[in-house]
Design a protein around this ligand. Sequence first.
Ligand code: FES
Ligand SMILES: [Fe+2]
Length: 443
Amino acid sequence: MVTTPLTPRVNTAKGLVDRTIFSNQEIYQQELEQVFGRCWMWLGHESQIPNNNDFTATYIGEDPILLTRDSKGKLHAFLNMCRHRGNRICRADEGNAPSFMCTYHGWTFATDGKLVGVPGYKEAYFEELDRSQWGLVETAHIGSYKGLVFGTWDKNAPTLEDYLGDSAWYLDLLVDRREGGSELIGGVHRWVMDFNWKFGSDNFGGDNYHVPISHGSIGLAGMNRNPRGAGMAEQGKDRFTVYAGNGHCITSGGSTAAVNPQMLNSAPQAGQEGNEYLRSYPDELKARLGEVRARQQALGIGTIFPNFTWHSSPTVRIWHPRGPFKTEIWSYCLVDKKAPAEIKNIMKRNYIMRFGPAGTMEQDDANNWSQSTTIGKSPRAQKVQLNMQMGIGHEFTNETHPGVLGHAVSETNWRGFYGWYAKMMDAPSWGSVKLDPKTTNKW
Ligand code: FES
Ligand SMILES: [Fe+2]
């Protein structure tokens, strides 16, 4: 594949990014290969497929994927495509089945991907078809991080643990708060919007600058107390942005939030009852995650590179790319498995009110991103660079939190995200990519 060099288009030292990365068709095609075809991609949550022979459908970039738990309990991710004439082998979104029969000519595949049925195997193929060679196309690796299932097409990818690096320390606040872990509840919201997938990933990866402006209206509507207080005035005290390496970006609640109830109330968290619940088991939290994380403001917000995002409302989502100008969002509610049923319901309502297709904050965000994306079609606009200079030279580290930290309102994470993006886009293989060093062991 002929590739467009991306490094010149992303200047992290000067904080400049070329607008074409949000609009160029060739760059988009390159993303599907170099980013989505190589990174560890979020495929779902184990709670979606708890039993043997359960399956659920998703995507890696534009590749349709069938995530299964086979008859022996092993996880697999396959291209949802028949090996005969390329038909989609499973059209259901989820379910339980020992095998999938293609609707075209009837080739049948088991949940472990093996080709187990071929009509006319004797009469038409004269028993000469080597069925062992025609199973479903499977990802090179699959792994689960505390219930979150990831897969990669690239056999040379680093381990999932190394790939997640320091981000896992923060992810634990979402998925490892209580014994029994987490689960997805209430199905999935899916909808298509007119914006480039990277706008979603980078925004949830640490754009606290937009909150008081873009979401000012929900403050006025009384849904977000002190809407303008959690911004620049709190610089570096209670909240900061964390570049966790390898493209992963997080907004951390900081360690003093517990002594600043105003901050807790002002943040778009899991609603008042949800927040009270999240702080109702400090001893278990401390025993599981240690003192610093037990003091942390609820669940945090972040993006695992390239397109898996979580938010403390509480929700997880994936920004599936659909060309440079469209994104298909799949959005879910994620809760502690052990939470009481009424708390799960309250959290689900809170998530739906803020995010998902009818969410108030969702609409604020999507409108801005579609405008930014659509303007990128203008030939004049394509010649203009965008600014990501905020906070250059003011990054820091501290003794309590892994990663490179920026002030709460900074573009440290943006520079990290796009620097890593350019690296992946230009690297001929994983062999030439140096992972950011993991520092989590210190904590
Ligand atoms: S395309 Fe699937 S059996 Fe022919
Ligand atoms: Fe937003």
